[in-house]
Design a binder for this molecule. Structure first.
Ligand code: DX5
Ligand code: ZN
Length: 222
């Protein structure tokens, strides 16, 4: 199973986003954090900025919606051309309906779980999603410390994905470094978001390579 490294542009230089995309050309996808100051106590950017960035990005977009009422906003990101759109389980009254809507537009549909959210109710719904995002920090800010307490959820998901035979990507987001990526890979993650560890590195391309190598070395053959 391939390892995907998705740098989060939350940690990029917002005055030079096109240039910042060029510094992560060896990544798999660009992770785009959308925050609304309601679901999380922080605010980033919205559809007009993402639509414009999509026009200049050589890489596909992995949009992470940390917003209330994703039913209202998520389809627009899919229509704009996002490769993947992930919304929070805690914010959606009907995650299956929203995932089906995203897929019908042509995007991959992802569901995200905050650290305190139980994974069990979603295990039987895996066929409805292309990605499950296990948050490894409380959503809202970059630069926080990885919460290893979330790893049992990932192991449970990895086991359920394996026994289902489905190709659901398992993503982790928050506090991913060369050290913590190993823990997440061993627990079964295959898709890794990294903000500060990539963009704060002197050479982001080298850091992406280091993260990829560390994850590959510890990924189980699923
Ligand atoms: C946090 C965001 C993350 C964030 C990760 O709410 O969802 O994507 O950018 O940043 P680091 O890698 O610095 O923890
Ligand atoms: Zn994110």
């Amino acid at each position: 199973m391939p390892t995907r490294i998705n740098p989060s542009i939350l940690a990029a230089d917002f005055a030079n986003l096109e240039r910042e995309l060029g510094r992560i050309a060896s990544a798999d996808l660009v992770h785009v954090d959308i925050m609304d100051n309601h679901f999380v106590p922080n605010l980033t950017f919205g559809p007009p900025v993402v639509e414009r960035l999509l026009q200049v990005s050589p890489l596909p977009f992995d949009v992470h919606l940390m917003i209330e009422n994703p039913e209202r906003w998520a389809p627009g990101y899919a229509e704009a051309g996002a490769f993947s759109v992930t919304f929070h389980a805690e914010a959606s009254p009907d995650p299956v309906a929203l995932a089906r809507r995203l897929r019908s537009i042509g995007a991959r549909a992802g569901i995200a779980l905050k650290p305190g959210t139980d994974v069990e109710p979603y295990l039987e719904l895996l066929a409805e999603f292309d990605q499950v995002l296990v948050m490894t920090v409380e959503p809202g800010f970059g630069g926080q410390s990885f919460m290893a307490s979330t790893m049992p959820k990932l192991s449970r998901l990895a086991e359920a994905v394996r026994s289902s035979g489905l190709d659901v990507w398992l993503q982790v987001d928050g506090g991913i470094t060369e050290e913590t990526i190993v823990i997440a890979a061993e627990a079964g993650a295959n898709t890794f978001v990294a903000g500060s560890s990539v963009f704060n590195a002197a050479d982001p391309a080298e850091q992406i390579a280091r993260l990829r190598a560390a994850a590959d070395e510890h990924t189980h053959a699923h």
